[in-house]
Design a protein around this ligand. Structure first.
Ligand SMILES: Nc1ncnc2c1ncn2[C@@H]1O[C@H](COP(=O)(O)OP(=O)(O)OP(=O)(O)O)[C@@H](O)[C@H]1O
Length: 253
């Protein structure tokens, strides 16, 4: 089933340089779709357009059967819960003055009247926080700590727990491991894959690291200078018909 359909999306800043040039792709329910490309090619801009944080110039974005590119804030409200993002730098995503449990409860508090949780259950704040910490493999003792008392990997697990706490359908992972050491990177990627399967999530996994994209994704898109130059199934990465730019990325991978 198609979860997200993007059709001929275009975006420029101040009508100057084209940043996103006729982007079209589909993302299926339950899959991880990888997006790889060098720094500055437009990956994060695409993420912000999909989340409707950034306006687009033209084109369409369908979430299931609903065109969302023109919806106003009120109309977007139900989609805000269904589409979440995990960013590169977990420190910037967490309020340093809030205890972990208070950061974790934030999305639930915002959307609780519209939630019908399937995987988690809310009986009390403490039990809910405990479930969330458990699912991202962290001890419940971290609930009363502050972000600066956690490692980078632990902080990223907290931002992932926040994102999944309201059971979204789609998560944009924008370089989620870029700020972590190699061992934490691998552990976070494994956790994300396990969560995708357990919670039936769909991901757009953005990275400049082709190896990480190959490990995580069922399908891969390659972006260069705002254009999608290649799209293929994971196992076709090394096929002869790959775009020359994909081959270039492979040669440095
Ligand atoms: N708010 C903005 N105003 C003007 N130009 C911008 C703005 N945001 C991004 N850009 C430009 O758009 C281009 C694409 O940036 P973007 O952050 O989407 O790239 P990226 O592929 O995500 O890069 P990275 O991997 O380094 O995060 C860059 O040239 C950037 O300078």
């Amino acid at each position: 089933m198609n979860l997200l359909t993007v059709h001929e999306l275009k975006k420029s800043y101040q009508a100057k340089k084209t940043i996103l040039d006729n982007i079209s792709f589909k993302l299926n329910k339950g899959e991880c779709l990888g997006l790889v490309g060098e720094s500055g090619c437009g990956k994060s801009t695409l993420a912000r357009c999909l989340l409707r944080i950034e306006p687009i110039d033209s084109g369409s974005i369908y979430f299931k059967d609903k065109a969302i590119e023109q919806l106003n804030d009120r109309q977007l409200y139900p989609y805000r819960r269904k589409i979440q993002i995990v960013l590169q730098n977990p420190s910037a995503s967490l309020n340093p003055k809030l205890k972990i449990k208070d950061s974790l409860i934030d999305p639930y508090a915002q959307f609780k009247n519209d939630l019908n949780l399937i995987h988690f259950s809310y009986t009390s704040k403490d039990t809910f926080i405990k479930q969330l910490l458990e699912v991202v493999e962290l001890p419940s003792s971290l609930a009363d700590r502050y972000p600066h008392e956690l490692s980078g990997g632990q902080r990223q697990r907290i931002t992932i727990a926040r994102a999944i706490s309201i059971e979204p359908e789609f998560i944009v992972l924008d370089e989620p491991t870029a700020s972590l050491d190699v061992i934490s990177q691998g552990a976070i990627l494994t956790l994300l894959t396990n969560l995708r399967k357990a919670l039936n999530l769909s991901y757009l996994f953005i990275s400049h690291d082709l190896a990480a994209v190959k490990e995580m994704s069922q399908r891969v898109m390659v972006m260069k200078d705002g254009k999608l130059v290649d799209q293929f199934d994971n196992e076709q990465l090394f096929n002869e018909e790959r775009h020359s730019y994909t081959k270039e990325l492979i040669s440095i991978f």
